[in-house]
Design a protein around this ligand. Structure first.
Ligand code: PXG
Length: 463
């Protein structure tokens, strides 16, 4: 690979970055003196920094590069489309071949009752679209009081004010007070953190689902528009619901006749070993939001898959749905998405997760469950987590949540591996292309980094 961007200018890039670039979700007064890491190139499952370190990417960029880096076919698809039609809008009764072809393809991959797509460029935008569409639907149906959307604590649905309000992270709400009204947050199905002594996984799953029904009854079913949830909470810490949870949630949704929004920004496009996480869990959402891996991150693209019930309501009225983005259905992003999906199909990456990589990730994580720092390991498909705790027996956390996670994350990085710290839970979501070589490399690095972290905090661990 060419190394053309790696010069001896790391210090200069860091300096310019500190002076001119504000980063997302960052404490700038600590980043500035330390300096940002400069990532200069990537290939396959690896990234390289400006000092020449090769790093195994256990996070697929940010839950995104499912087919891995360095795919020339995607660059060719983008180049060809840029020369043919780099941009045209889809507003005023116009369309173009890439958006039509991608929509047809997505309708084919989505569950049978879903046949239409509305596009944006980010997951946040797609959730904003879904929120507006849900409320518009109920207005069209003559039930305008149905405004409340119930989601879950620790959910991440994006950073725009509406998507951030629907999300359940208090530190996201902090900056946008007052958060939009009309959202309620119920407990997330997080057994390791919320399960009671003696409560089985199955019982806990039913209790977590009941929190939804309790909230519906508390606010009045006639006021509830929808339930929104990620099939597996990603940014919240790879929280995987017990088997009893989703069927019960679906039953409650059906009982009260509310809409169901599945946020598949992370679980879409193969991460769980099915095209969508809804298929994995056997749930029937009315709306599915997607982003990230639809293009494997090579270009920004997102959307909402919308079921026939909602489309029929739109078709039955003359009202406009006054919503859209300049880049809704951007032709180059759509062309890249089509090529990305073609590659996933050709290389059978989705069944590969079900048959090979998902089980391999589970085996890898299981090797660390007896480590003195580790409270629990869990995974589904190519999403995994290692919980770091001060006391394995009682699940007691370390003081100052997040501190030990960052220590561990830095050890990972120095060993040439990226896992993300969600407070003290280390999470991973590797590209779907990992082979035995990457799993073996990850095993060596995780062992080393966990041991180094243990040495740093040994005095805080329960005997
Ligand atoms: N929904 C889900 C489930 C997400 O994970 C979004 C919506 C918003 O997508 P955009 O494209 O607007 O960022 C996301 C994004 C992290 C992290 O630290 C996760 C996300 C974004 C940034 C950081 O894990 N997920």
């Amino acid at each position: 690979m060419s190394n053309k961007r790696v010069k001896n200018s790391t210090a200069e890039w860091r300096d310019l970055d500190a002076r001119h670039h504000l980063h997302p979700f960052t404490q700038h007064n600590t980043l500035r003196p330390a300096g940002a890491r400069v990532i200069v190139k990537a290939d396959g499952s690896y990234i390289w920094d400006s000092e020449g370190h090769r790093i195994l990417d256990g996070m697929a960029g940010l839950w995104t590069t499912n087919i891995g880096y360095g795919r020339a076919e995607l660059a060719d698809a983008a180049r060809d489309q840029m020369l043919e039609l780099p941009f045209y809008n889809t507003f005023f009764k116009t369309t173009h071949p890439p958006v039509v072809e991608l929509s047809q393809k997505l309708a084919e991959l989505a569950p049978p009752h879903i046949n239409q797509v509305f596009y944006g460029s980010s997951g946040s935008e797609s959730n904003d679209t879904a929120i507006r569409l849900i409320r518009h639907y109920w207005t069209l149906k003559g039930e305008p009081n149905r405004r409340i959307i119930i989601s879950r604590k620790n959910a991440y649905h994006g950073s725009t004010i509406a998507a951030g309000s629907m999300g359940g992270m208090s530190h996201v709400h902090q900056h946008s007070y007052p958060v939009y009204e009309g959202f309620r947050h119920v407990m997330d199905p997080y057994w390791y953190g919320e399960g009671k002594d003696g409560e089985s996984l199955e019982e806990f799953g039913l209790r977590a689902a009941k929190a939804l029904e309790d909230e519906i009854l508390a606010v009045g079913p006639e006021n509830v528009a929808a339930f929104a949830g990620e099939p597996v909470q990603g940014a919240g810490g790879v929280k995987i619901a017990p088997d009893s949870y989703w069927p019960e949630v679906q039953r409650i949704i059906d009982k009260y006749g509310i809409l169901f929004l599945a946020d598949e920004v992370i679980t879409g496009f193969g991460r769980l070993g099915t095209w969508f996480g809804s298929e994995y869990y056997g749930i029937r959402p009315n709306l599915v939001t997607f982003a990230k891996a639809v293009t494997s991150g090579y270009l920004p693209l997102s959307g909402v898959l919308i079921d026939d019930t909602i489309v029929e309501a739109l078709m039955a009225h003359n009202d406009d749905f006054n919503h859209g983005y300049t880049f809704s259905g951007h032709p180059v992003a759509c062309a890249v998405a089509l090529k990305n999906i073609e590659i996933m199909e050709r290389e059978k990456l989705v069944p590969r997760v079900a048959e090979y990589s998902g089980p391999a990730l589970a085996r890898l994580l299981a090797k660390f469950k007896d480590h003195p720092l580790v409270g629990e390991v869990r995974s589904v498909g190519m999403m995994g987590a290692i919980e770091l705790v001060a006391d394995k027996r009682t699940h007691r956390r370390f003081d100052n949540p997040g501190r030990v996670g960052l220590i561990c994350r830095d050890h990972f990085f120095h060993e040439g591996f990226i896992m993300r710290a969600v407070f003290d839970t280390m999470v991973c979501a590797p590209p779907l292309i990992w082979s035995d070589e990457q799993f073996a490399e990850a095993e060596r690095v995780i062992k080393k980094a966990l041991d180094q972290t243990l040495a740093d905090v040994a005095g805080e661990i329960a005997a």
